[in-house]
Ligand binder design. Structure first.
Ligand code: BGC
Length: 737
């Protein structure tokens, strides 16, 4: 009688409206969603249900064509919308309308410490995904920065669970406001790439709950993410894409997650476990469905024919299948079939400017002696730009986050454009790193081929540096294997390609040397005392060159702060200090427990090269004395803290005011202090503002593994107001009764 499912649903709502005049049921969105899900489910055959639970191509899964329910289309994520790939291959399909705006890497977003930037990022990226007809964005990544060698740190938001949890929420809401689901990844404990498919992580419950899970929990409970991606690695011996502890017990039961658990590509290993251990959708299991093997290799997925056969033989029931399909239908109704879904927009100037703004705010001024920065455009006549990263595309490469961007302003171009009319900008390569710039068929426009030897290149750069007014070195890492790239970890903390020697030699001939580190990771800087100005430039996306130029010349006053600790040497990092990276014999034991990042440096009294939360400005900020509205409070109370911050310099600027809490005495070991609040404020030159923080017992709590709950122990605490984790400006004691 009805042509398709839409007409059935539409009619049933009209009927509900007419018969229930007093409280129209259709106005209750949750009930409406549940009704629609149940209605659709009741009309589906077992075969149709099975088809929904696994991929039909590299990035899509079937809807229910008979009922008018669309296919699901996934896209990477998390920095931009990936180019279309062939149906069953990773290679790009060669479309000419799929060049996106590349946003800065998530490390850079997090370094803005600005929730509004996370919201802008999410909204803009969601619009791009929506326009490209993707209903699931494979991102953001919120795994914690445990070691500087993790090749995928650039896709994550740093070492602190509070910061990551705070920044992920607006990102999710922004994306999902477009009727596009986020798929927060990689759940969980995916903190290295070495042996990523097989490594079993051993971690205590406190570290699990206090460090590695909070961002995922916030994504579920505060962000309301509609999907989560299981990770490749193992925990308690189970693969995480079908891990009963993580997926059933914690995610679905403890946190009440109603969304879809999607396997990371190729992360499923067993049908029975995939049925019972919390997975909903299987993707990327090895296949070449069009040219190899069975007529449709996707039927061989663990959750395809093998699952159907088990049901047919009566070996398993359909309760789990219905639960999976309910979740997938919910996703469909919230995305593809949402009645008020916007249409999105793609590759726009507005998105490019959003990307630029985020890049500008994320750039961190690490060191600035003798006011080398901002570059004085009146006195400066000649700038020498050195380094491969001044010209290398950082949008292409790095694994699944690789993009095809509408354009990419390199750092060299950005600087030339900004100052080229009045200042001579000369470029020399200085060193050769990785000349390849090709990922799945997306090729960089400029050739990086270079035949001259390292000695010749270095000598040329040093000679040119002698008569430059300022030398700007763009170095760091790149998106090639064993750098900032998926699938492999870095081999050491040091800069690759002989950059250290080059930096030292340049510093020897020119006192005005600026080192811009393009990376998503900390690097060693053995020449730190020789170089007056250091900038953390990140992977900044489409507008990276313009953003860096704006900071270097002072159009933008830098306001980014580090989201992870730069250790002096690798052994200063906890994972390496305890000798547990990347583990051995298939296992990695997080023996440092909760003491990750600055929590470790604080405990061991190790002075980092640059601290978590550190970032300079071209102006200066003075902090007043922190006060509190009460000195004692109960577990149901809140305390409000006030601190006046003044811009004491001559430029307008932004400051990230950080709140750390210190538990002065506790029955379990606790970090010296933990980040529990931050506010980014804009202050005109000379202006003063009062920043307030309101905290409750959650800011004081630790996870008690024996009770399996968060506990705030009565006693004395201290609130520390700081400009970085090692720059505490004022503090106050208070008591929990
Ligand atoms: C990565 C995911 C990504 C997926 C699809 C996997 O190898 O781990 O982050 O979303 O591929 O490209």
């Amino acid at each position: 009688m009805f042509k398709n499912f839409f007409s059935i649903v539409a009619l049933s709502f009209v009927m509900i409206k007419n018969t229930q005049a007093q409280v129209p049921v259709y106005l209750d969105k949750t009930k409406q969603l549940k009704d629609r899900v149940e209605d659709a489910l009741s009309r589906m055959t077992v075969e149709e249900k099975i088809a929904m639970c696994h991929a039909q191509s590299k990035f899509s899964s079937a809807g229910v064509p008979r009922l008018g329910i669309p296919d699901n289309w996934m896209t990477d994520g998390p920095h931009g919308i990936r180019p279309e790939v062939l149906w069953d291959q990773w290679s790009q399909a060669g479309w000419t309308n799929d060049s996106c705006i590349a946003f800065p890497a998530l490390t850079c977003l997090a370094a803005t410490w600005n929730k509004d930037m996370a919201a802008l990022y999410g909204k803009s990226l969601g619009e791009e995904a929506r326009y490209r007809n993707k209903n699931v964005l494979l991102g953001p990544g919120v795994n914690i920065y445990r070691s500087p060698l993790n090749g995928r740190n650039f896709e994550y938001m740093g070492e602190d669970p509070y910061l990551t949890a705070t920044m992920v929420v607006p990102y999710i809401k922004g994306v999902q406001s477009n009727g596009v689901a986020t798929c927060v990844k990689h759940f969980a404990l995916n903190n290295q790439e070495t042996d990523r498919h097989s490594i079993n992580v051993v971690v205590d419950d406190r570290a699990l709950y206090e460090i590695y899970l909070p961002a995922f929990k916030a994504a579920v409970q505060e962000g309301g993410t509609w999907a989560i991606m299981g990770s490749y690695n193992k925990y308690k011996g189970f693969q995480n894409c079908h891990n009963p502890y993580l997926l059933n017990d914690i995610l679905k039961k403890e946190w009440g997650f109603e969304g879809v658990v999607i396997a990371d590509w190729g992360g499923v290993h067993d049908t029975k476990q995939a049925i019972f251990n919390g997975l909903d959708m299987e993707f990327g299991t090895w296949t070449d469905g069009l040219t190899w093997g069975a007529s449709n290799a996707y039927d061989n997925y663990y959750l395809a024919v093998p699952y159907l056969n088990m049901i047919r033989k009566g070996e398993v029931g359909t309760k789990e299948l219905d639960d999976k399909v309910r979740r997938i239908l919910r996703l469909e109704f919230l995305t593809n079939m949402a009645p008020d879904r916007p249409f999105g927009s793609f590759g726009t100037q507005e998105h490019a400017m959003a990307a630029k703004k985020i890049a500008e705010e994320g750039i961190v001024l690490l060191k600035n002696q003798q006011n080398v920065l901002p570059i004085d455009l009146i006195k400066t006549k000649k700038i020498l730009v050195v380094g491969e990263n001044a010209i290398k595309s950082m949008i292409i490469g790095g694994g699944s986050s690789s993009l095809k961007s509408k354009y990419e302003i390199s750092p060299l171009e950005g600087l030339q454009k900004r100052v080229g009319e009045t200042v001579e900008v000369k470029y020399v390569r200085g060193y050769v790193g990785d000349t390849s710039s090709n990922y799945n068929g997306v090729v960089s426009a400029n050739s990086l081929a270079e035949k001259r030897s390292a000695d010749v290149l270095r000598a040329e750069a040093v000679a040119a540096a002698k008569d430059a007014d300022v030398v700007v070195f763009f170095g760091g890492l790149n998106k090639s294997g064993h750098q900032d790239s998926e699938g492999e970890d870095r081999l050491g903390l040091e800069l690759p390609y002989g950059q250290d020697q080059l930096v030292s030699e340049l510093a020897g001939v020119n006192k005005k040397l600026v080192f811009v580190n393009i990376s998503g990771n900390a690097v060693a800087m053995p020449w730190i005392n020789e170089v007056p100005a250091i900038v953390q430039g990140w992977f900044g996306g489409t507008e990276v060159g313009n953003a860096i130029a704006a900071v270097l010349v002072g159009d933008v006053n830098p306001s980014g702060k580090l989201t992870f600790t730069f250790p002096v040497k690798l052994e200063d990092n906890p994972a390496h200090s305890v000798g547990e990276f990347p583990g051995k014999n298939g296992e990695v034991n997080y023996k440092e427990s909760i003491f990750v990042g600055y929590r470790w440096s604080d405990k061991q009294k190790i002075r980092p090269l640059f601290s978590f939360g550190h970032g300079l400005s071209y102006t200066t900020f003075q902090y007043g004395k922190v006060t509190a509205d009460k000195k004692e409070f109960t577990a149901t109370d809140k305390v409000t803290l006030f601190v006046a911050v003044k811009n004491t310099g001559s430029r307008d600027g932004e400051e990230v005011v950080q709140l750390y809490i210190s538990d002065l005495k506790s029955s379990l070991p606790r970090p010296v202090k933990e980040l529990k609040g931050f506010e980014k404020i804009f202050l005109k030159a000379g202006e003063e503002k009062v920043v307030t923080f309101t905290i409750d017992k959650s800011a004081l709590s630790y996870f008690d593994p024996a009770k399996h709950e968060w506990v705030a122990e009565p006693g004395d605490f201290e609130a520390l107001i700081a400009a970085s984790s090692t720059d505490v400006r004022t503090k106050i004691k208070f008591r929990l009764k």
